[in-house]
Write a protein that binds this ligand. Structure first.
Ligand code: 5GP
Length: 197
């Protein structure tokens, strides 16, 4: 292996698992459920400049921070990756993920395709999973139910979803359809536990 992350790769034991998919597909639920079924899992909590919705808890769903604070974290190199999604910034705190990996935990990153590409450049053996909705119509229904989030309408999010799905075919090695939650969770757990490399 000839890259600057050689030592990092040699020292750690946990796997980096990237879970992506269009908004409304059920990524968060799948990640929470699989964390219950797997031992030694660290579910990363991202930082974001998106406004917090009523149902969300700061420090649990996201760390909600200002654009200024976000920029400071970028400048200080505190983020493993970051991207702008639907007009807001989202990023993965670096220190917590590294610490969890060193402790032998599997680190689950629920991030978009742009972020996934950045992480894959750093952790070349990261497991990449893309969650699909059972159909475009089903996704549209779920988005409408969720209503306007982060200032974005269901239509805008659906448009973004098409771009993500197109990119998924190119970059992701594992695809899971969230038709039935428990089955989708089982598939993801199998992917993580199975022989990856
Ligand atoms: P939402 O606003 O619906 O919670 O998230 C919008 C999108 O941002 C989703 O596709 C989600 O996966 C992505 N996202 C959440 N956290 C991060 C992050 O830390 N980095 C990146 N690149 N994307 C993220």
């Amino acid at each position: 292996m000839h890259n600057e992350n050689m030592n990092e790769t040699k020292d750690r034991h946990g796997k980096v698992v990237i879970v992506s998919g269009p908004s409304g597909v059920g990524k968060s639920t799948i990640c929470k459920e699989m964390a219950k079924r797997l031992n030694s899992v660290y579910l990363s909590v991202s930082v974001t400049t998106r406004p917090r919705s009523q149902a969300e808890v700061d420090g649990q769903d996201y760390w909600f921070i200002s654009e200024n604070e976000f920029q400071q974290r970028i400048d200080k190199g505190l983020l493993l990756e970051y991207a702008e999604v639907f007009g807001h910034l989202y990023g993965t705190p670096k220190d917590k993920t590294e610490k969890a990996l060193k402790a032998g935990k599997n680190v689950i990153l629920e991030i978009d395709v742009q972020g996934a590409k950045q992480v894959k450049r750093i952790y070349k053996d990261a497991v990449m999973i893309f969650i699909f909705p059972p159909s475009q119509r089903e996704l549209a229904e779920r988005m409408k139910l969720r209503g306007r989030e982060g200032g974005q309408s269901a239509e805008e999010r659906l448009e973004g979803a098409s771009g993500e799905i197109a990119a998924a075919w190119q970059y992701y090695e594992h695809m899971v359809i969230n038709d039935n939650l428990q089955q989708a969770v089982s598939e993801v757990v199998e992917i993580i536990q199975g022989p990856q490399r």
